[in-house]
Design a binder for this molecule. Sequence first.
Ligand SMILES: CC(C)(COP(=O)(O)OP(=O)(O)OC[C@H]1O[C@@H](n2cnc3c(N)ncnc32)[C@H](O)[C@@H]1OP(=O)(O)O)[C@@H](O)C(=O)NCCC(=O)NCCS
Length: 185
Amino acid sequence: MVQSPRLEGNRTTLRSTGPEDLTFLQTLWNDGEVMRHVGYPLGLGIDEKGAREWLDRLEKDRGRDREHWIVEAKGEPIGEAFYRRCDEYCGYRAPKMAELDLKLKPEFWGRGYGSDALRTLATYLFAQGVETLVVSPNLENKAALRLYEKLGFTAKLRFHAEETGAMHAVLSITEARFKARLHRT
Ligand SMILES: CC(C)(COP(=O)(O)OP(=O)(O)OC[C@H]1O[C@@H](n2cnc3c(N)ncnc32)[C@H](O)[C@@H]1OP(=O)(O)O)[C@@H](O)C(=O)NCCC(=O)NCCS
């Protein structure tokens, strides 16, 4: 199995996701509170087989253009982090771009863990030669919008998600802007 590199933040650690994490991920993805703004207000409804298939699919491209981590705080799993390199994302184009995803269990929200994990992930990706990071939060997702804006992401465009009808924004950040903002966040 390909391992994702271990990333140490100030308050969180991102460690490579493996088969032993599938039960945790099922719980995370089946939580409607976590998945509400990504179109699954009742949770994803993924079972053990579905989770294993997801890991098998990840393994095919892991280390090539994507990685997946379990986010830990004080040695306990609190969420997931993911990136995938892409040329185009929800209608937005930039060279050497990567899309990000971050999801934490609700009991860990609002304690600065999301900011720390995102900062850690961004620092790693810019060091890997990525030039632009991109995300697409639901405009109702106030926590995600605040998190991204706080780190310096700026809005590029808006779109309607066909499956849900929800409005989303595409926000991005370059390495120069990320570094200029680092000391302020
Ligand atoms: C988005 C998410 C990762 C944020 O993680 P978090 O650990 O709660 O974030 P932080 O504690 O670092 O907070 C980041 C900022 O958002 C603010 N914030 C947190 N929750 C908020 C809310 N419900 N409304 C408005 N602002 C909020 C915080 O106050 C902080 O800003 P501040 O430093 O100016 O006070 C978390 O809410 C989550 O996992 N949500 C479900 C999955 C999801 O929607 N992921 C994003 C997909 S695009």
